[in-house]
Design a protein around this ligand. Structure first.
Ligand code: CP
Length: 318
């Protein structure tokens, strides 16, 4: 395809037809996405940011759940690739009149759409859709299950800073139980050779998580002293059916990260957050805006990574 340069002999195809979760990707797939994203990052830093790679490809962005970063990042990535796009959000659609997911998507596909980017509150929604409709599906977050492009952009951002993921110690902190970002990050980082720890209140860490090959730590100070990278998650109150800790104030006392805590560490760690941040809860403003933070670089890399994913999946349309 036009617009980006490729290394000689580089594998050009993903092993998967859809991006439903990191679980399905091989190490070579992830490497190929990273190499392609690096090329696209060069492209989007040029004065002319647009390439014709997805001209004549039509992509539908279907958001059945709120989003700021993921929706805008996909939309910008699609525009940079010259795709035609249509946007759908459940709140202003006929879903509220009782239309099913398959009927909604099939009606959109009847308008000759090649690829669907979907966020949905139900775990497995993207997998379900991929079995029932005839187009490429990209999971933009399905309930508490997976958020594959977030994990790819997180790992890409770490690799950009450290030069490798092999042996890098990453702790994921907070509401592991309700987080699709945590699960996708664990799959991605483990596949790429990183060491992964999860840290949070015992009630917010799934009982069998160590079976995924991750360390478990409930003491924030021990976790921060162990890691090279801390990826801090939001408490997902909207997905919690019961109270998992006594109060937010207590959570902040035990697991809130501020600049004083970071400055006390013997080394400088990298601080990440997928957004949206609850400032004053999991991160104080002086930590989120400190020199440790690569939060805005994550957002910048998200566009390049999503361009790479759509470009590579579109390569399988022809
Ligand atoms: N990181 C992330 O998924 O953010 P949004 O919910 O704003 O898309």
């Amino acid at each position: 395809m036009a617009g980006i340069t490729r290394k000689r002999g580089m594998k050009e195809q993903l092993s998967v037809k859809h991006l439903l979760g990191i679980k399905d990707l091989t190490v070579s797939d992830i490497q190929l996405i990273f190499d392609t994203a690096s090329n696209f990052k060069d492209v989007i830093n040029r004065p002319i940011k647009k390439v014709p790679s997805l001209r004549d490809i039509t992509i539908a962005n279907l958001f059945f759940e709120n989003s700021t970063r993921t929706r805008l990042s996909f939309e910008l990535a699609e525009k940079r690739l010259s795709a035609d796009i249509i946007n759908f959000s459940a709140s202003s659609s006929s879903v509220s009149k009782g239309e099913t997911l398959i009927d909604t998507v099939n009606n959109i596909l009847a308008m000759k759409v090649d690829m669907v980017v979907m966020r949905h509150p139900k775990p497995g929604a993207a997998i379900f859709l991929s079995k029932h409709v005839d187009c490429k599906i990209i999971n933009a977050g399905d309930g508490t299950h997976e958020h594959p492009t977030q994990a790819l952009l997180d790992a890409f951002s770490i690799r950009e800073r450290t030069g490798t993921l092999k042996g890098v110690k990453v702790v994921i902190i907070g509401d592991i139980m309700h987080s699709r970002v945590a699960l996708s990050n664990i799959f991605c980082l483990k596949k790429m050779g990183a060491e992964v720890m999860v840290c949070g209140p015992v009630t917010l860490i799934p009982k069998y998580i160590s079976e995924l090959g991750v360390k478990v730590e409930n003491d924030l100070s021990k976790a921060l002293n162990w890691c090279d990278v801390a990826n801090v998650l939001r408490i997902q109150l909207e997905r919690q059916d019961i109270r998992y800790f006594p109060s937010l104030r207590e959570y902040v006392m035990m697991y809130g990260i501020n600049k004083r805590i970071l400055d006390k560490l013997k080394k400088k760690i990298i601080l990440m957050h997928p957004g949206p941040i609850n400032r004053g809860v999991e991160l104080s403003s002086d930590a989120a805006d400190s020199g440790h933070s690569i939060i805005l670089q994550q957002v910048e890399n998200g566009v390049a990574v999503r361009m790479a994913v759509m470009y590579l999946l579109a390569g399988r349309i022809n």
